[in-house]
Write a protein that binds this ligand. Structure first.
Ligand code: APR
Ligand code: PHB
Length: 394
């Protein structure tokens, strides 16, 4: 079969790209390794920048989000004995929104299904061919076991960290930089009302803890653990004890309840360049991974697509190659800004090294709380930089 854009991956990047291309009158086909239910069941990120929400509204996929998302003015930073609110709205004029990626993926999938999007789920042996020609294609085996081939004008790898599309860029032309952090996150989803109105990022001698949420009835927590930790060694009681210890504050109590899901999540930074080779483009986790401390992963995938969709529209509808030629450099400026911020938040808040390191971290935290300019720097990066350009003058 033929299409204009063949998209590998039906996560937020792939689904949003197909929606934006459709709005521009450009047809696409999505090929996804997992089932639709599996994709929708993934428990991932939960924070949307206002620029992301604006884009989702323009894309026509924000109806439920506008009803269900929780607007947050800012976050709390904490260390033993001190919990201090950072008001992003005061510092930057921008709020952030709590809305689970699970919900967003379901919304995107519903809109694409209603639009009649052609998508192959449970596809195997997905491969990219002739990316450096103007007749690229992908081949795969569909859910019935039939061999398929999709000829396209453009292929977009939205296939995440483990996806194959980046391999279609010749090794000699592809650069990858990666940082494995010496810790992981133990993620917890619990049926308990949040014990806070906004997120709490807590530094503690035992390790970092984060109190997030999904709704008024469901809370999301994370504990810094060693990457080798096994989830079997973390009973619910041990999880609640450790969260209560790390989030402790006089006069405050952590509410506990049934744990719905718990898992150990690795923590890494990863960037592969370029994000374009011939008629192959990469977007989202396919090109970059950030540690989740800065709540950037989902917003970065949205930002890539916000730049890529008009670039492909200019290329395929208007015959203009400029935006597509600039895509990789434009996207990577924001990727590296978000990667640096995520690294900075992670190294400031996660216990590692010796007491000297701990004092440096506590000094950095006090500086952010005491200095309006330091607080604004965190707020601007967290609440969101402009999606395309503007974030740096370089
Ligand atoms: N063939 C087809 N699909 C594939 C293949 C393959 N070989 N390999 C991976 N995929 C699919 C995955 O099953 C997944 O559904 O690609 C999709 C990639 O989606 P995500 O991993 O969600 O990545 P992305 O859409 O870029 O969204 C980034 O998701 O992982 C979180 O923290 C990340 O919040 C960020 C967001
Ligand atoms: C989440 O709610 O899953 C979440 C929130 C903020 C982060 C990371 C994860 O920095």
């Amino acid at each position: 079969m033929r299409t204009r854009v063949a998209i590998i991956g039906s996560g937020p990047a792939g689904l949003l790209l197909s929606q934006l291309l459709d709005l521009a009158g450009i047809e696409s086909v999505i090929v996804e390794r997992q089932s639709a239910d599996h994709v929708k069941s993934r428990i991932r990120a939960g924070i949307l920048e206002s620029a992301s929400v604006d884009l989702l509204r323009r894309a026509g996929v924000a109806d439920r989000l506008d009803r269900a998302a929780i607007e947050h003015r800012g976050i709390y930073l904490q260390w033993p004995g001190r919990r201090q609110h950072l008001d992003f709205t005061e510092l930057t004029g921008q709020a952030v929104y709590v809305y689970g990626q699970t919900e967003l993926t379901a919304d995107l999938m519903a809109v694409r299904e209603k639009a009649g999007q052609l998508a192959f789920y449970e596809a195997t042996d997905v491969a990219v061919h002739d990316a450096d020609t103007d007749r690229p294609s992908i081949t795969f085996v569909d859910a019935t076991g039939a061999a398929r081939r999709v000829d396209a004008e453009v292929v977009v790898g939205c296939d995440g960290y483990h996806g194959p599309s980046k391999q279609a860029i010749p090794v000699g032309l592809r650069q990858t930089v990666e940082r494995a952090y010496p810790f992981a996150w133990l993620g917890v989803l619990a049926q308990v009302p949040p014990s806070t109105d906004e997120l709490i990022y807590a530094w503690h001698p035992n390790g970092f803890a984060l109190h997030s949420m999904r709704s008024e009835q469901v809370s999301r927590f994370y504990l810094q653990v060693d990457p080798s930790e096994r989830i079997e060694d973390w009973s619910d009681d041990r999880i609640w004890d450790e969260l209560s210890t790390r989030l402790a504050l006089d006069g405050w109590t952590l509410r506990t309840g049934p744990i719905l899901e718990k898992s150990v999540l690795p923590m890494r930074s990863f960037v592969t360049t370029p994000m374009r080779h011939g008629r192959l483009f990469l977007a989202g986790d396919a090109a970059h991974i950030v540690p989740p401390t800065g709540a950037k992963g989902l917003n970065l995938a949205i930002a890539d697509v916000a730049v890529l969709a008009p670039a492909l529209t200019a290329l395929l509808r208007d015959g203009s190659t400029g935006p597509a030629d600039a895509y990789s450099d434009t996207a990577l400026r924001r990727v590296w800004r978000s990667t640096h911020f995520s690294w900075w938040m992670t190294t400031m808040l996660h216990r590692h090294g010796d007491d000297f390191d701990a004092q440096l971290q506590l000094s950095q935290l006090r500086r952010v709380i005491d200095s309006p300019s330091a607080a604004r720097e965190l707020a601007e990066n967290y609440a969101g930089l402009p999606i395309a350009g503007g974030e740096d003058r370089g």
